[in-house]
Design a protein around this ligand. Structure first.
Ligand code: GLN
Length: 304
């Protein structure tokens, strides 16, 4: 029997003495206010048991982790030519990189880099009458938690300073890979990134990727074949130009965000999340990566 609580507490304790905790994402001014001393973890097993340590109930900005959830919505809708508009290859580049998009004629490498996520936003805007409300509703259903909401101050903050995303959306538009207005696509994108969530809620939101498409309260389902694809994309593209490192160190499909959150899962076994706002130079949570490496090493649980 693995003593999960002791393992989580050990990880928290070992990392609490870390002096270099990374840097917060100051290019979004609202995120620059967050203290790097924060640290939380939550583990949800598929047998119903759960464990947590640190500030696992403090909400943080989901940022790019949201891209997996909007992608799950888009793939489930199906009545659009998604794979003609976005690829499935790792980019080997930072999340906000642009020159590859120009070379590859406006087709983003995958849905988890910013340009790919903008195309997914565009698809959802075309398909749904109220995409911002529909996305919120989807996450609330997945988590069974109606209290989850957007942090509009964070969305506005990125709206004011997210110049690279403005450039990305305009470049996509110039290649004809956005059907809707650039401003509408960006507004939805900044809101999905500004969703606030805590470690426990994040595990619940990603539970269906570990549970063959059935969410924690059975209310929302995703087809098995879609779950397989999304987990494969998380493994290969979930950490931008650090996806290889994450697979090497941790060995689980997962996704990070510049709010300092990371979620990862072992199909049929567990979902685990960690929040530590200081980022490494690749834009992934510095201590979060370390914590998950420690977890899969101590428990000897990974997909490999
Ligand atoms: N909103 C952020 C951006 O577009 C998300 C990036 C991230 O979390 N990696 O820059």
């Amino acid at each position: 029997m693995i003593d999960y609580q002791t393992i989580l507490d050990e990880i928290q304790h070992e990392l609490s003495t870390c002096e270099h905790r990374g840097k917060v994402a100051s290019y979004i001014p609202e995120l620059a206010k967050i203290d790097t001393a924060n640290f939380g973890m939550h583990l949800q097993l598929l047998n119903g048991k759960s464990y947590h340590t640190g500030r696992s109930k403090t909400p943080f900005s989901i940022q790019s982790i949201s891209k997996v959830l909007t992608f799950a919505m888009a793939i489930a809708l199906q009545n659009h030519n998604l794979w003609e508009r976005v690829g499935v290859e790792p980019s080997g580049n930072p999340f906000n990189h642009l020159s590859l998009l120009e070379q590859e004629k406006g087709i983003p490498r995958n849905p988890f880099i910013n340009t790919g996520a903008l195309v997914i936003c565009d698809i959802l805007i075309s398909e749904l009458e109220h995409p911002k409300e529909a996305f919120l509703d989807f996450v609330r259903k997945l988590t069974n938690d109606p209290s989850i909401n957007y942090n509009t101050a964070v969305a506005k903050s990125e709206q004011r300073t997210g110049f690279k995303n403005f450039a990305a959306a305009n470049l996509l538009k110039s290649f004809g890979n956005l059907k809707n207005d650039v401003s509408e696509v960006l507004d939805f994108y900044f809101h999905q990134c500004a969703l606030e969530i805590n470690c426990k809620q994040l595990c619940n939101a990603f539970y269906f990727f570990a549970n063959n498409g059935v969410c924690i309260n059975n209310s929302t389902h995703l087809k098995d074949q879609h779950v397989k694809r999304i987990n494969a994309l998380m493994l290969t593209c979930g950490f931008y130009d650090e996806a290889g490192e994450f697979a090497f160190e941790v060995g689980l499909p997962g996704k990070s965000g510049v709010g300092g959150g990371i979620v990862a899962l072992l199909p049929d076994e567990f979902v685990i999340s960690v929040w530590s706002p200081g980022l490494n130079e690749k834009g992934n949570s510095k201590l979060g990566m370390m914590a998950l490496e420690m977890f899969t090493t101590k428990t000897e649980l990974s997909i490999f």
